[in-house]
Design a protein around this ligand. Structure first.
Ligand SMILES: O=P(O)(O)OC[C@H]1O[C@H](O[C@H]2O[C@H](CO)[C@@H](O)[C@H](O)[C@H]2O)[C@H](O)[C@@H](O)[C@@H]1O
Length: 286
């Protein structure tokens, strides 16, 4: 991988849950370790880095706590650039992310916000009596967690969710890891977000760009597909078991993700001319 990447421009895309943080029962407690944060910080010093999550953008930023990365929340339906970006030629990249050049975040599903809030309230009401069910407001989508729901209650929960959605034909249901995700029927997913960010970085048409995407869930497959169709880059699935995936590489768990990111950052640091000794630069120790 490192051989192929030499001289190319790597852009790093990272999913959050199950990738940067281990899966836990309570979604509010899915913290990222300080070591993992340090590895992401290191990587982001050398490569443009984006976190693309199903969570709300604010929530994932609250967990990651880094200022110099892009955040794409709600499966890429809410994208925000870091406050200031320096391009490789030392110029400042504008923060604007929408196509009209306005500052702020890019939100292709904005018109669905009132309906999504109604859906959130309705789901809370209808599932209140199901022990262990948990509704999470992810801003442009809503998660219905069933990790802690008894097996015999699962079908009841699913029916309740479907019955709420009958009144909202503009929304669809997808499944993740013990979670149902309600999202607007727009053609926008993590793959589109990846393409959008490459475009924002001015790298979408460069033949020497290698997007690296690490994710563990079904929604990450859309991003893997985009990398595969570009014919360059590294789609990496996080899984301890063999699974049907478009990813070409795999890491077992967040611990391996941490090791991999640290390694990539160290490799880049070592190969950067500013980090080589003057003896190495003039070539006397070759
Ligand atoms: O795209 P992601 O960042 O992977 O978001 C997908 C969902 O992740 C979270 O749920 C998952 O992690 C929880 C904490 O470990 C776990 O309890 C849950 O069972 C998993 O599905 C998040 O809470 C959801 O809102 C996201 O949709």
């Amino acid at each position: 991988m490192m051989k192929e990447a030499k001289g190319k421009r790597i852009v790093v895309f990272l999913d959050y849950d199950g990738t940067l943080s281990p899966i836990v029962n309570d979604p509010d407690l899915a913290f990222m370790s300080d070591e993992m944060r340090g590895a992401v910080r290191e990587v982001s010093k050398y490569f443009p880095t984006a976190i693309i999550s199903g969570r709300s953008r604010d929530k994932v930023k609250e967990f990651v706590k880094l200022d110099n990365v892009y955040y794409a929340g709600s499966h890429g339906m809410d994208i925000m650039a870091p406050p200031e970006q320096l391009t490789s030629d030392g110029k400042h990249r504008p923060q604007a992310l929408d196509r009209k050049g306005n500052e702020g975040s890019f939100q292709p599903a904005k018109k669905f916000l009132p309906a999504i809030q109604e859906i959130f309230t309705a789901l809370e009401e209808h599932t209140r009596k199901i022990k262990g069910a948990r509704i999470e407001d992810n801003r442009f989508c809503v998660s219905v967690h069933f990790r802690q729901v008894r097996e015999e209650d699962y079908d009841i929960l699913k029916e309740k969710v479907k019955s709420v959605l009958e009144s909202y034909p503009d929304f669809r249901l997808t499944w993740g890891r013990k979670v149902m995700e309600v999202r607007p029927c727009i053609e926008w997913n993590k793959g589109h977000a990846l393409e959008y960010l490459l475009e924002h970085l001015g790298l979408s048409n460069s033949s020497d760009v290698l997007p690296l995407y690490i994710g563990d869930d079904r929604t990450d497959e859309d991003a893997f597909k985009v990398i595969e169709s570009r014919g360059q880059g590294y789609p990496i699935v996080v899984s301890s078991v063999a699974k049907d995936t478009k990813a070409r590489y795999s890491l077992k768990d967040p611990k391996e993700v941490h090791m991999f990111l640290s390694h990539v950052a160290r490799w880049k640091k070592a190969s950067s001319p500013f980090n080589r000794s003057s003896a190495q630069i003039v070539g006397i120790d070759d």
